[in-house]
Design a protein around this ligand. Sequence first.
Ligand SMILES: Cc1cc2nc3c(=O)[nH]c(=O)nc-3n(C[C@H](O)[C@H](O)[C@H](O)COP(=O)(O)OP(=O)(O)OC[C@H]3O[C@@H](n4cnc5c(N)ncnc54)[C@H](O)[C@@H]3O)c2cc1C
Ligand SMILES: *[C@@H]1O[C@H](CO)[C@@H](O)[C@H](O)[C@H]1NC(C)=O
Ligand SMILES: *[C@@H]1O[C@H](CO)[C@@H](O)[C@H](O)[C@H]1NC(C)=O
Ligand SMILES: *[C@@H]1O[C@H](CO)[C@@H](O)[C@H](O)[C@H]1NC(C)=O
Length: 466
Amino acid sequence: MGSILVSSLPIIWRAEASEADYEQARVERIFNQRRPSRYPRAVVQATEEHHVVEAVQLAIQQRCRVSVRSGGHSWAAWSVRDDAILIDLGGYHFMSLNENDRVVTVSPSSTGNVLNGYLNAKGLMFAGGHCPDVGVGGFLLQGGMGWNCKNWGWACEQILAIDAVNAQGELVHCNAKQNSDLYWCARGAGPGFPGVVTKFYLQVRPSYSKMLSTAFFYPLSHYRTVMDWVTKISPGYDGDTEIVAVGATPPTELGIHEPCIMPLFVTFKDSEDEARAALAQANKSRPDGALLELVNQPTSLAKEYQNQAAANPKNHRYCAENAYICNDADVVTVLEEAFTTLPHPKAFSLWYSMNPCSRRSLPDMALSMQSDHYFALYTVWENESDDARCKAWVRDIMTKVERHSEGAYLGDSDFQVRRTKFWTDENATRLMELRRQLDPLGIICGYLDVEDGSGVNGLANDHEWT
Ligand SMILES: Cc1cc2nc3c(=O)[nH]c(=O)nc-3n(C[C@H](O)[C@H](O)[C@H](O)COP(=O)(O)OP(=O)(O)OC[C@H]3O[C@@H](n4cnc5c(N)ncnc54)[C@H](O)[C@@H]3O)c2cc1C
Ligand SMILES: *[C@@H]1O[C@H](CO)[C@@H](O)[C@H](O)[C@H]1NC(C)=O
Ligand SMILES: *[C@@H]1O[C@H](CO)[C@@H](O)[C@H](O)[C@H]1NC(C)=O
Ligand SMILES: *[C@@H]1O[C@H](CO)[C@@H](O)[C@H](O)[C@H]1NC(C)=O
């Protein structure tokens, strides 16, 4: 340790850098244009694994916290923390494949798009996040709702092992046998993971040569019929087909200039016949009255990434929220306001079918919260002058919806705004105990709640409204 080691670190100190350089390093790659007013004491722009080790050791020496940025896509910019040493992994790239075992080893800032570009050339895929630029780091630690999650399960179930720098500044390998506590946390602790992951070892699957999609666009006056239909047919639907319902104004090129309710089906198959067969049930049983029907359209992962990127434009202001609606709730009624009163033409609401995944028993890991119905709001706008109105709309909807929910997904949450259950009681208790054991000094920032105060204690995992 000491000055020699420290001086080899690519580090920008707030107290020394120019304001422009510091600001660039502070918010680089942060997806949400609503910038946080939180200021790290330094930013380490890691390009090598040992930089992460040195950065954590430096924080221990300085008695300050570390925060981590992989893809920069957490809505609330969790990587930006007051007086912490921010480890930015954006310049640290690693990717290697063991083709025999179909195991890919990747650095945390690798995006879904880059990873799948690499795998696709070998006839393989990883069912990562829907948006091309989400980093695998934040995504996997939260659980990861990847492509066709409802059938293929959580992305974190494909984590075979990780390498991580623990809160004592040591690089350790973690799997089911070795450092198994950290491995347990890595699958569902999210931003409360008590260490810094440097590599993920992931099981990948063969890619699919025939993907087709079907989309129906209905006026909002058909909301109840359409939502009732799509929620009913989803549980028993074909096992390679992802199903969502989106409330949004369709892309202008489609010529529908009003908000719609849109059930969307994407199927992953190896032959045209199989793909058509998988989508036939939707076409046969769909309600009448669609403004537009795009049935059995050829698609690909690359094309789906493009659609996602268009729906989630860069340089915009975002407020995301979500809830797992109870299996026995009247989902159509509970979500009606969210789907029919969107506050901005770019905002959208989403119902994401999770059954049958939600009815399986999960492996023993931190991730433990799920239901048949994942509901999220992605409120998108451009002007700061709309901040208050858009945020108020989200708050108002969630105050009513949360009473019909089991809890929420870390990935679309902001604990500064709303706290609820993110794990089953048992798993939350274990997780918070492990965090206290593994990082007793709170070196790793953890969950960003009100005033960034939760620290070593973590989250309460309670419904605040009860
Ligand atoms: C446009 C968009 C689309 C999305 N689509 C999906 C989706 O389809 N499915 C889904 O599940 N989620 C989705 N998300 C949510 C996304 O998964 C989360 O926001 C996730 O946190 C982003 O990961 P990141 O690495 O890009 O973010 P970052 O902001 O870089 O990381 C978030 C936090 O995770 C922790 N973390 C990240 N990397 C490490 C590491 N190496 N070691 C320790 N801790 C780490 C840190 O606390 C960090 O602050 C989407 C988000 C956006 C903005
Ligand atoms: C979908 O259903 C409609 C109405 O029943 C039918 O006219 C159309 O041919 C079907 N499309 C396909 C591709 O099967
Ligand atoms: C965590 O939850 C899963 C199921 O969701 C369960 O199988 C496991 O035993 C739980 N583990 C602990 C320690 O509570
Ligand atoms: C944003 O604000 C500017 C200036 O007030 C205005 O001209 C523009 O139309 C606004 N954009 C949107 C999308 O509201």
